[in-house]
Write a protein that binds this ligand. Structure first.
Ligand code: 5GP
Ligand code: MN
Length: 343
């Protein structure tokens, strides 16, 4: 038996909203990850099963290692196909916002989202959601939005409607947002839910391989380069930093998704509890932060890089040079020394 975490009135309101709407757009944050896509596609499969016209619109492209997900080929990528995205929003009578807490996380899709007159339902697990939706289903203690989608469908009385494709998407999100169940994954019910997904027919080992074991040789070499040549350790602060410049990315023929997971690697060093990765994209520096134990990666992300996220996995951006971002980070480290020592 899975406990009823989502409040009853939110479940009823979601059920009622879905019942009377036909043209539903589902959207998620920029740089869609396994949970953003997993939750969006799981909901898409469910809504299509109900006979709704549903469309997933994402702000920009997603990594190749998620392209196998059932339904991924039908996703509209705004960055590539703005006209179809505009058409989808123009015809929508309900919009689901999944896996983000602030509309700016939609990046260049934000204006289209905000201009759309259809009511919005937010389903998310980040702290402090903005109030941009008529219905907000926000549970930061739940480790993935995909798990929330499973819980919501069940609570609407539709467990039987979870198809194999839907279950595969739910599992992918649960797995990726917990680093393959290596952090933020001590809640017993996660495993009850996985048991249910396995009964539906998912092959969890196969999903693991599809997501984590599909590196190109170039991606593996880039990862090795990051550790061998670029990892800087600050033992006094139990911290590691890896940076990659545009020149380095081009040297390794970087493709979206190729640096996914690099930030986790230094945490395998005994005594390192905080790891930061900075990538010089063409328009900004993208920063990923990971921590172990009680050290708040999201606090550093928000205080230094205008970002946020979860306690152990957060991100932010910098519109400075890479050197300036590194400098800001290095100078701020002493401020966090006590917290780093305590965890
Ligand atoms: P990643 O490092 O994998 O890009 O992101 C880790 C987590 O941090 C994600 O779950 C996401 O919620 C959050 N995150 C990443 N980038 C940003 C950002 O620029 N702003 C905010 N608020 N959160 C972010
Ligand atoms: Mn998530």
């Amino acid at each position: 038996m899975i406990s009823k975490i989502i409040a009853e009135d939110l479940v009823s309101r979601a059920r009622e909203a879905i019942a009377v709407k036909e043209d539903i757009v589902i959207t998620c944050h920029v740089g869609p990850d396994g949970d953003a896509l997993g939750s969006s596609l799981a909901l898409w499969h469910y809504l299509r099963g109900l006979g709704k016209r549903a469309t997933v619109v994402v702000p920009n492209r997603f990594p190749d290692f998620l392209a196998w997900m059932p339904g991924a080929e039908d996703i509209i990528v705004f960055e590539r196909d703005a006209a179809r995205a505009e058409e989808a929003f123009a015809g929508a009578d309900l919009v689901f916002a999944l896996d983000f807490n602030e509309t700016r996380r939609l990046d260049r899709l934000e204006p289209l989202f905000l201009q759309c007159a259809a009511p919005r339902v937010l389903i998310d697990h980040h702290l402090n959601p903005e109030s941009f939706a008529q219905l907000t289903i926000s549970y930061p203690d739940i480790s993935s939005t995909s798990e929330l989608i499973f819980r919501l469908i069940c609570r609407m009385g539709h467990f039987e409607r979870i198809t194999l494709a839907c279950a595969q998407c739910i599992y992918t999100g649960m797995m990726t947002d917990t680093g393959g169940f290596s952090y933020n994954s001590n809640q017993a019910e996660i495993y009850t839910i996985i048991g249910e997904l396995i009964k539906i027919g998912i092959d969890k080992d196969d999903i693991y391989r599809r997501v984590f074991n599909t590196f190109t040789p170039g991606r593996l070499k880039l990862n090795a380069y990051c550790i061998y040549r670029k990892m800087k350790l600050y033992p006094k602060y139990r911290t590691a930093l890896i940076t990659l410049s545009q020149e380095e990315l081009q040297r390794f023929y970087y493709k979206s998704g190729d640096t996914e997971g690099v930030v986790n690697e230094p945490l395998s060093i005994e005594g390192i509890v905080f790891s930061v990765f900075m990538r010089e994209d063409t328009d900004k520096i993208k920063i990923s932060l990971r921590s172990q134990g009680a050290f708040p990666a999201n606090k550093v992300a928000s205080e230094l890089f205008g970002g946020g996220g979860h306690l152990n996995a957060a991100g932010g951006e910098s519109y400075t040079t890479l050197e300036e971002a590194v400098d800001k980070f290095r100078r701020a480290l002493p401020r966090y020394r006590q917290l780093l020592e305590e965890c």
